[in-house]
Design a protein around this ligand. Structure first.
Ligand code: UDP
Ligand code: MG
Length: 341
């Protein structure tokens, strides 16, 4: 009856030997941007921490408070006091999700970093699958929503058109249904951190950097509590940001439009001149004159607007202001880093 004893002993010592032989354990960082997520914190950590403990790698959870106006930061502090693996960054105001994620990425020390939302729309359980793929050598594992049923139909429709537009206009291809829920290997994180641009359209950057990527489907949940921070106008601005960050087509299209308009205009001018010479002065063409003036004026204004938009971006980059400012840090044992320069 010593046999079971022996096997259990050898199993135990075997696993110990394995642990000793294994190289220093890889570390995992979870980065969560948060804007008014007070009502989700308890439920989030309750689900997330056991999942991470189940994965078995040492981990840190970095919550970036992006200028919340509710009690998010105070609640985070409360959680942090009980959970030292929690680290907090508090930005000095609301800089937007892209900036908050960038801040988290810069402060993460893990060999892999997982980006996720703080509203439990991204199921923490999926992280285990991400890590599995990462262990098999993937450098970026991105979640793809199995369906978009949680989105209103208009948003789904506009999203579809937008993706097609961006694919055609820009140098990057966005995988359908992929968002910010993803795991990034250290090599990808370093590449992203080294990017100097301040106008950050992360989805585009993820695609632009390349590396070995794989998709993992997941089911998007309804927001646990609170309301989305992205209304229609904010989404529209975000979408235009994406086009302008990854495409020069809106700048260049005007010369083609100019040619398309001026070539026929030239021939029309010839026709008018010939007619005037041969048949004398016609009745004044008030209508055609007005149409030409108004139409061309409109086209020129649009062109100017696009120029202005790109110029504004250049201006933003040239000023070189940091992407975000960190106001407070909790749980980081290193010396405070400079802002997001
Ligand atoms: N978020 C942020 N800063 C913002 C807006 C949103 O950090 O200015 C965070 C938000 O707390 C959440 C994630 O980004 O964790 C996604 O935001 P939200 O759920 O409002 O967007 P949706 O899921 O509707 O696209
Ligand atoms: Mg959400």
């Amino acid at each position: 009856d010593t046999a079971p004893m022996l096997t259990s002993l050898s199993a135990a010592s075997g696993s110990k030997a394995q642990q000793a032989a294994a190289p220093a354990a890889k570390r995992l960082s979870i980065v969560i941007p948060m804007h008014n997520e007070e009502g989700n914190l308890a439920a989030l950590f309750q689900r997330l921490v056991p999942v991470l403990e189940g994965i078995g790698l040492p981990f840190e959870i970095i919550c970036v408070d992006d200028g919340s106006r509710d009690g998010t930061f105070a609640a985070l502090r409360g959680h942090q006091a009980l959970e030292p693996r929690l680290k907090l960054l508090r930005l000095s105001r609301n800089f937007g999700k892209e900036a908050a994620m960038s801040a988290g990425l810069r402060h993460a020390v893990g060999d892999a970093v997982v980006l996720m939302d703080g509203d439990l729309q991204h199921p923490p359980e999926t992280i285990a699958t991400f890590v599995e793929q990462w262990r098999q050598g993937m450098q970026m594992v991105y979640g793809v929503r199995a369906s978009r049923l949680t989105d209103p139909w208009l948003r789904r429709f506009l999203t579809k058109i937008y993706y097609r537009l961006l694919d055609n206009l820009s140098e990057v291809t966005l995988p359908r249904g992929a968002g910010d829920f993803r795991l990034l290997d250290r090599s990808v994180v370093d590449a992203l951190n080294a990017m100097p641009e301040r106008n950050r359209f992360m989805k585009g950057l993820f695609s632009w950097v390349g590396f070995r990527q794989v998709a993992v489907p997941f089911e998007v949940a309804q927001r646990h509590a609170g309301a989305t921070s992205f209304n229609f106008w904010r989404l529209l601005r975000f979408g235009l940001d994406g086009v302008a960050s990854f495409s020069n087509v809106p700048l260049r299209v005007w010369s083609w439009l100019g040619i398309a308009l001026s070539v026929p205009s030239f021939f029309y001018g010839l026709v008018i001149i010939t007619k005037t010479i041969m048949f004398g002065r016609d009745t004044p063409g008030y209508a055609s004159l007005m149409v030409a003036v108004l139409f061309l004026g409109g086209v020129q204004l649009i062109g100017l607007g696009v120029l202005g938009d790109y110029l504004g971006r250049v201006f933003t980059e040239v000023k070189g202001r940091p992407m975000y400012l960190v106001n407070e840090k909790v749980g980081f044992d290193d010396a405070p880093l400079a802002g997001g320069a």
